[in-house]
Design a protein around this ligand. Structure first.
Ligand code: FCB
Length: 456
């Protein structure tokens, strides 16, 4: 019997990173300060007290990292652009040396036949913009559009897929809701302002993209496309109790539908709006905003890692829910290993749109054993199993008729995992932070083989 799993011929196999998590060079070549540069210096906010000042030193070692991508056979590489490298003050005068870094990176991808997939915003707002109110202020949406417009004019044609934002949910609820991420604001009553301005900035950037009409760099490539990357995690109730079902619905509302509904139906979810309205929290919508937000895009990117179980919790003042652990084995993040999160997240998206879909992030942290100085490989059997089972789930989604175009592993190499610092390793490649040596894990070899055979 043949149990082989084969993917469609043009399926895009990739890996993903984000600027602040890998680049380092936090104040080089004219880069401005970002909210993460500021936030990590607050005592106690990062689990291991580390910063992204150096991170993986990718800013200087990108050629070596590109070679690793090529050796793995990646078809695409998803990275993010640091806004404060391009506009050190958020707006006004662009910084040529910042742009040049991304030009070199993109050139290196082209030379290796790897499609560039760029995210405009993976949470590193210029501090100067935060000082003027950050995402609480409507002006920030227009600064973002200016930044996006500049990039589309400079390098719009050189990137295959443009994503405006990465997981606006996390920026809003962790950056400004509970303060666990930069800028570390705890202003939950402003979270719908942040959500609305992030989405508005997305729409304004899409308008700028359409106006600049980037053309493909060569005739056998399709024209560049624009979309957004959302976090979609399936939500379950902790029990059959109606209160827990309500909790699951509320978290589904906040994490998933709060973004899907405005983007595809041009309104915010009524149940969640009502929940917030009882706390006198309303989104600051102006006439025309929802049309800007809901204008057509070309693809949707989905980041999914697990499912969550939810219960009502009256002590939690804001969403009034809490998470309880699920029954299955967990990764080092404490996230349940549940491969069908892929299928369920894709199905959820399918309820809203028939656009081409990508899994733009999926992967797992495990406590990998550090390699000895002469070791050429790190054995990571749990990650291998995780990736194989989640890639098999992608195939189930395809078989069920979902238009899934690609899969990106989070992440190419171990990096700065936000508030967890360097304590959580998600990489296909082990990063030795003391020496910046990169050592392939077994999962990198396995992924290379999956790509080469276009299946499992
Ligand atoms: C996602 C982020 C990414 C990384 C993974 C583990 O939420 O987009 O930067 O932190 O989680």
């Amino acid at each position: 019997m043949n149990h082989e799993i084969r993917f469609p011929t043009n399926f895009i196999w990739g890996a993903a990173t984000a600027a602040y998590q890998i680049e380092g060079a936090w104040n080089e070549d004219g880069k401005g300060e970002s909210i993460w540069d500021r936030f990590v210096r607050r005592p106690g906010v990062i689990a291991d007290g580390s910063t992204g000042d150096v991170a993986c030193d990718h800013y200087h070692r990108y050629e070596e990292d590109l070679d690793h991508m090529a050796a793995m056979g990646l078809k695409a590489y998803r990275f993010s652009i640091a806004w404060p490298r391009i506009f050190p003050n958020g707006t006004g005068q662009p910084n040529q040396r910042g742009l040049d870094f991304y030009r070199r990176l993109i050139d290196g991808l082209h030379r290796r036949n790897i499609l560039p997939v760029a995210t405009l915003y993976h949470w590193d707002l210029p501090q100067a913009v935060e000082d003027r109110g950050g995402w609480i202020s409507r002006d920030t949406a227009f600064y973002f559009a200016e930044y996006a417009d500049y990039l589309f004019r400079q390098i719009g044609s050189d990137v295959a897929l443009w994503a405006t934002h990465n997981e606006p949910f996390i920026q809003a609820f962790y950056g400004y809701g509970n303060g666990e991420n930069a800028p570390g604001k705890r202003v939950p009553w402003r979270v719908l302002h942040v959500v609305h301005h992030l989405l508005l900035s997305h729409g304004l950037a899409v308008s700028a993209f359409r106006a600049t009409k980037p053309q493909p760099i060569c005739t056998d490539l399709p024209p560049p496309q624009i979309g957004i990357v959302l976090m979609i995690w399936p939500q379950y109730p902790a029990s059959d109790h109606p209160a827990d079902r309500k909790a699951a619905q509320r978290i589904d509302g906040a994490m998933n539908r709060l973004f899907l509904e405005p983007l595809f139906h041009r309104h915010y979810p009524a149940d969640l709006v009502a929940h917030f309205a009882r706390r006198l929290i309303v989104p600051p919508i102006k006439p025309g905003d929802m049309e800007i937000i809901g204008q057509p895009i070309d693809f949707l990117g989905i980041n999914t890692y697990t499912r969550l179980f939810n219960a009502l919790d009256w002590r939690e003042p804001f969403l009034m829910t809490k998470q309880v652990p699920g029954p299955l084995p967990k990764t080092a993040m404490g996230w349940e290993i549940y491969p069908d999160c892929i299928v369920e997240a894709l199905q959820k998206a399918r309820e809203y749109t028939s656009l081409p879909l990508y899994i733009t992030e999926n992967g797992a942290a495990f406590d990998d054993p550090p390699p000895g100085p002469n070791d050429q490989i790190v054995e990571d059997p749990d990650r291998v199993a995780y990736l194989r089972s989640h890639i098999a789930a992608c195939h189930r989604a395809l078989t069920a008729g979902i238009d899934l175009r690609g899969y990106f592993v989070w992440t190419l190499l171990d990096n700065f995992e936000w508030a967890k610092g360097f304590s959580k390793r998600f990489g296909l490649i082990y990063t030795d932070y003391a020496t910046q040596r990169r050592v392939w894990k077994r999962s990198a070899h396995v992924y290379r083989d999956i790509i080469a055979r276009n299946g499992l």
